[in-house]
Ligand binder design. Structure first.
Ligand code: ZN
Length: 106
């Protein structure tokens, strides 16, 4: 039983990571919403279950939707903070997730 082959493989890459940004930048000011969004991503392989709430049977949960709304109001694209594999589920047939930021078009 001490054979390393008996132990399950562990993926060393974390599901989330930390980055440094200026506190006064748009992302820095939206840190609470970004953290909330990341906290309420679904369980890997089970896109219908929030990894934090557990009580709702459906993802995206209310706190995730609230974070998306707050990021949009802050002028950020929520899709930039969501794994690409979830975009189709969240924004089906919507190019909005890949649309340029308002500041890029003006
Ligand atoms: Zn949740």
């Amino acid at each position: 039983m001490d054979d390393p082959a008996d132990k399950p493989a562990v993926d060393p890459a974390p599901d989330v990571l930390f980055v440094c940004v200026a506190r006064s930048s748009p992302i820095g000011r939206a840190q609470d919403s970004i953290n909330e969004l990341a906290q309420h991503l679904p369980i890997p392989g089970r896109v219908t279950q929030c990894s934090f709430c557990w009580s709702p049977a459906y993802w995206p949960c209310g706190p995730f939707d609230t974070a998306v709304y707050q990021l949009e109001n802050a002028g950020l694209r929520p899709a930039d903070f969501v794994p690409g594999g979830l975009h189709q589920r969240l924004w089906p047939s919507s190019p909005a997730a890949r649309a340029p930021r308002p500041t890029e078009t003006s």
